[in-house]
Design a protein around this ligand. Structure first.
Ligand code: IPM
Ligand code: MG
Length: 419
């Protein structure tokens, strides 16, 4: 029997968790999340690592720009992820047009074979959807995370001999330069993501699994995915789980019309990238969107959002996405009670609606507050309000010393990497 990748490899009394604050707003959200985690007596020893644009700059300063050792992920960080039980990562900044730049998260997904991108979208109290009738949404998306157009097999310009690989390329011979990105699906890749989705449905009592594909047009890749999905659906039917395959464009439409009809969704990498952002928009937007990258080599939890550099030193981001991400990590470690407390506490703060506890995005998008800029709470204010719901005695000196502790844990001047 295989080890279930959705759960930590080995049960322990204490876990070592690698935390990475990322860039820009990443620091704010990591501090906020750590503050709430401090309010619980968690059996976790934290191990600091760094990655992202900050590390690119550090390596460029050390080795010189253009040096092949320049990277967003230092070797020390890879070691830390390898030697801990789970990893928690805040948002990182990507810069377009920087020569040799390699995205940290894309590298880690390949390096640790993180083939599941788990992206839940669930309604929270006091956070409506832009939809009529405010449907209750509880979707868990399984996005394939290593193949498809993310395989990074790309050509520009296309070498001459490749024009003869397929008769369909004939018409492009007269079109000037041609760029090609391979869309690679493997049977193993399809099988393991679809299996993960069905197994999750089985374990959590969910009744349907939708598979989004475009097999009617993209016959080989999506055709393979659809075939394997239907085979497996027949296997899980006797457990009372219905497998529904659907065109991805139809899913994009129905998600907006009838999101309550979806429970588990399995999708290939690119479709999942797009559909998970759409689903997150139905349940509060990226300020509330967690995700987990899980596979054979590690489990790395990160919010779906970017590091919003243009807001980083202006507005303080909503800590909820990072907290719901931490919740997923706690579930991975088997700390389900603690995980549930986090979600409950966020819901209570949202429902209570007290002044000075909600970040700008919530006031602007869900409370219709015309003075949202003035009234917005900072990341730490909202985190403190959530922490107080986790433990009412998390106030006064205890709160202040925890704040100082998590600040020091994230302080950028202490970054490690490329030593
Ligand atoms: C995501 C992001 C990433 C992706 C980017 C930042 C590389 O959009 O996690 O959804 O495309 O997978
Ligand atoms: Mg995305």
């Amino acid at each position: 029997m295989h080890h279930d990748v959705m759960k930590v490899k080995e049960k322990k009394d204490r876990y070592r968790v690698c935390y990475m604050s990322g860039d820009d707003s990443g620091y704010d959200m990591m501090e906020g999340a750590l503050l709430v985690l401090e309010a619980m007596d968690l059996p976790i020893d934290w191990v600091r690592a760094d990655l992202g644009w900050c590390m690119w700059e550090k390596s460029a300063a050390k080795f010189g720009e253009g040096d092949p050792r320049c990277d967003t992920v230092p070797p020390e960080t890879i070691e830390s992820i390898r030697n801990t039980d789970a990893a928690l990562m805040a948002a990182i900044t990507s810069k377009a047009g920087v020569k040799g730049f390699k995205s940290a998260i894309l590298q880690l997904r390949q390096l640790f074979d993180l083939y599941i991108n788990l992206r839940p979208a669930k309604s929270l109290p006091g956070i409506g959807t832009p939809l009529k009738g405010d449907p209750k949404i509880d979707i868990v998306m399984f996005r394939e995370n290593t193949e498809d157009l993310y395989s990074a097999v790309e050509f520009y310009p296309l070498p001459a001999e490749q024009f003869d690989l397929h008769p369909g390329m004939e018409r492009f011979k007269k079109c000037g330069e041609v760029a090609v990105s391979w869309r690679v699906f493997s049977e193993e890749g399809c099988r393991r993501i679809i299996r993960a989705a069905f197994e999750y449905a089985l374990r959590t009592g969910r009744k349907t699994v939708h598979c989004c594909n475009k097999a009617n047009v993209i016959r080989q890749t999506d055709g393979m995915m659809k075939r394997i999905f239907l085979e497996m659906a027949a296997e899980y039917e006797r457990h009372g789980i219905r497998g529904i395959e659907e065109n991805a464009d139809a899913t994009a439409m129905w998600l907006i019309k009838n999101p309550q009809d979806y429970s588990v969704i399995v999708a290939s990498n690119v479709f999942g990238d797009i559909l998970s952002d759409e689903a997150s928009q139905l349940t509060g937007g990226l300020g509330f969107a967690p995700s987990g990258n899980i596979g054979t080599g590690a489990a790395l939890f990160e919010p779906s959002s970017g590091s919003v550099p243009k807001y980083a030193h202006k507005y303080r981001v909503n800590p909820s996405a990072m907290l719901l991400t931490s919740k997923m990590m706690l579930e991975y470690l088997g700390l389900d009670e603690h995980a549930a407390r986090i979600e409950r506490a966020i819901g209570e703060v949202l429902a209570a609606n007290e002044p000075g506890t909600l970040t700008y995005d919530i006031l602007r998008d869900f409370r219709g507050d015309p003075d949202w800029e003035k009234n917005a709470a900072g990341t730490m204010d909202m985190a403190a309000a959530i922490a107080r719901r986790v433990d009412p005695s998390f106030v006064g000196a205890r709160l202040e010393s925890a704040k100082a502790k998590v600040r020091a844990m994230c302080d950028w001047t202490e970054t490690v990497g490329f030593e």
